[in-house]
Design a protein around this ligand. Structure first.
Ligand code: AMP
Ligand code: MN
Ligand code: MN
Ligand code: MN
Length: 334
């Protein structure tokens, strides 16, 4: 149900992306057809459906994004592209432009870092194989998380978390968090991550994800752009953060999320400077997961600062666009 690799959709994406060109290094800083500067488009290029750890279907998310005024949308499920076809179809049917997306879990100097990929060919073999490998460790990890929670007196967490999973390949900490909230252990998911599932707390299991260079190459070799997700969320020293950014760029990474649901005003301003310093393209995304859990609504974010180069300027050739009516059709409709 959640796998978009039916014969029709494989052909669909193949046709769209078979003439993939190398990604331009520089963004277009032009204006939109309605004369707005490119950076002011309401782009939301980071959110999750129930194909990973969101609660809504790709179609329901598309409707919600459109209703919130999103003009350019990307569904970026964790380690998974199984919802891309449905998200793209739903977006275009609503009149909303679409970029393919995913958020890849990476291990870098012992920390988990998230790399968002945008505008790639979702049928690319190396990307699909890499994501499948990244997903494959999740079930064992979940069993170990449940064993650790059982030691802390919380029984049945594996089966409990599975009740919230729509994609059996993608069991995540968020599903455990939902189980802990609904079984009355914690009042909300944010409280869960303060007391459980995080380093030093019950339910935490260290895990080795993809390498930084691997994830960046899966994305770029599929014609997309790699973006460091929510940079303020990592517990890096300035030296470690410098290492992350410079290695990311050395592997071919081009972008950084500057405007995201979890950045404070000060963090946004700091990463605006960082993006300028390293000449990174800037992205914008809510990281919306669920109406009940997410603090930031789809598309309800500050504008991208005008000093930055929007990542969507460099991805114009990868955007799936709503067919515009020819002018003759407009004339007869009037
Ligand atoms: P996993 O990929 O299984 O390690 O799960 C990571 C997911 O857990 C993230 O994508 C978030 O959705 C969620 N998460 C992690 N930390 C927090 C937090 N402090 N508050 C809310 N959700 C969190
Ligand atoms: Mn998540
Ligand atoms: Mn993330
Ligand atoms: Mn996310």
């Amino acid at each position: 149900m959640l796998d978009a690799s039916s014969g029709r959709s494989r052909r669909f994406f193949h046709t769209l992306y078979s003439r993939a060109r190398p990604t331009p290094r520089t963004a277009l800083n032009g204006v939109l057809p309605d004369n707005r500067p490119m950076h002011l488009i309401n782009a939301d290029l980071h959110c999750h459906s129930h194909v990973s750890d969101g609660t809504l279907s790709p179609e329901a998310l598309a409707e919600r994004a459109h209703a919130q005024g999103v003009e350019l949308w990307s569904l970026t499920d964790h380690d998974e592209v199984g919802g891309q076809q449905r998200a793209c179809d739903a977006a275009l049917a609503l009149g909303m432009d679409y970029l393919t997306g995913t958020e890849i879990s990476v291990s870098f100097i012992g920390e988990t870092v998230h790399i968002v990929g945008l505008g790639f060919d979702p049928e690319a073999d190396a990307l699909r194989a890499g994501l499948a490998t990244t997903r494959s460790g999740r079930r064992d990890r979940a069993r170990q998380m449940a064993a650790s929670l059982a030691q802390a007196g919380i029984a049945g967490a594996f089966e409990g978390a599975l009740r919230y999973v729509a994609n059996p390949d993608l069991i995540s900490r968020t599903h455990f968090a939902r189980f802990l909230v609904d079984s009355g252990v914690c009042p909300d998911t944010h409280a869960v991550f303060r007391r459980y599932l995080t380093p030093g707390n019950p339910g935490h299991v260290p895990h080795r994800w993809a390498g930084l260079g691997q994830a960046v190459r899966w994305i770029t070799q599929a014609g997309g752009i790699a973006v460091i997700a929510h940079p303020a969320r990592y517990r890096f020293t300035p030296t470690e953060e410098y290492a992350l950014i410079t290695e990311f760029i050395a592997h071919g990474g081009l972008g950084m999320e500057v405007v995201t649901g979890s950045h404070s005003t000060a963090e946004q301003s700091r990463y605006t400077d960082t993006a300028l310093e390293f000449d990174l393209l800037a992205s914008r995304g809510s990281d919306f997961h669920s109406p009940a859990e997410s603090r930031t609504e789809l598309g309800a974010l500050p504008d991208l600062p005008g000093r930055l180069k929007p990542v969507w300027g460099a991805l114009q050739h990868r955007i799936q666009r709503v067919p515009r009516r020819p002018l003759t059709a407009l004339a007869t409709a009037a």
